[in-house]
Design a protein around this ligand. Sequence first.
Ligand SMILES: NC(=O)c1ccc[n+]([C@@H]2O[C@H](COP(=O)([O-])OP(=O)(O)OC[C@H]3O[C@@H](n4cnc5c(N)ncnc54)[C@H](OP(=O)(O)O)[C@@H]3O)[C@@H](O)[C@H]2O)c1
Length: 261
Amino acid sequence: MDLGIDGDTAIVTASSAGLGRASAEALADEGANVVICGRDPARLEATEAALSDLAGDVVGVETDITSKKEIEALVEATVDEFGGVDHVVTSAGGVPPGGFTDLTEKEWYGAFDMLVMSAVWTVKAARPHLDASDAGTITCITSTTVREVVDDLILSNAVRRGVIGLVKSLSRELAPSVRVNAVLPGAHETSRIEELVEAAVERGDHDTYEEGLAAWSDEIPLNRVGDPRELGDVVAFLASDRASFVTGACVPVDGGRLRSD
Ligand SMILES: NC(=O)c1ccc[n+]([C@@H]2O[C@H](COP(=O)([O-])OP(=O)(O)OC[C@H]3O[C@@H](n4cnc5c(N)ncnc54)[C@H](OP(=O)(O)O)[C@@H]3O)[C@@H](O)[C@H]2O)c1
């Protein structure tokens, strides 16, 4: 299926690894030019090199997405490089695991900046360019925690729901020129899942890493954690012309783990 995004320009935040990187790869595979970002310049450079043979160009811009100024510079660099912005995909870093009693007020505010304000700042800075595009889309990578809470992930459970409110509101406010959707990843094999499994082993929930990973798979009807690219392909589809009547949707990509509809 031709997604019709060849030659478009996309920004994917927090994308030198994991789900952001897989989304950038899927978009560039379809011919979109993609700007990726992250804080660690070496990792960013390695990812830029690894994605250099795809149909679209991939360019890395060192950015901390908890800084409004750096996000504005990221959007400016994208426009300088490729002349506009057609697609925004927001991913983010992970927020600390833990329950209500474990977390400090600083961590709550930090999670809000990381998950919600980073998306707000990116959309604000990119908005004039999305409006000028004839194919403008925003796709926010969130989590299945917005539908069903996961124990010991209270920051993700509580704060990410703000992103869904943002997506649903923007899908109405920016229509008809910009489509806005969210994807809800379940467990995908990235360093974030490694971190969560290691934390569960440390808490004594499992004896070994392998047992902890198997516990995630046991909860999933497809009986495995996802490949990050299985999320990236859905992101590329939602950004594309093939999804031209889809806006305001929150699409789980979780191997069937959510029990709610
Ligand atoms: N993997 C899953 O199964 C899963 C499921 C549900 C939700 N999620 C959520 O989806 C998001 C992405 O997860 P992931 O698995 O892709 O994580 P990951 O593999 O750890 O990758 C995170 C990426 O974000 C970048 N990043 C982190 N903090 C950043 C910051 N302040 N500014 C700019 N870039 C930053 C990292 O690069 P630098 O460290 O160099 O900045 C890296 O490129 C997270 O919020 C995670 O909680 C993941």
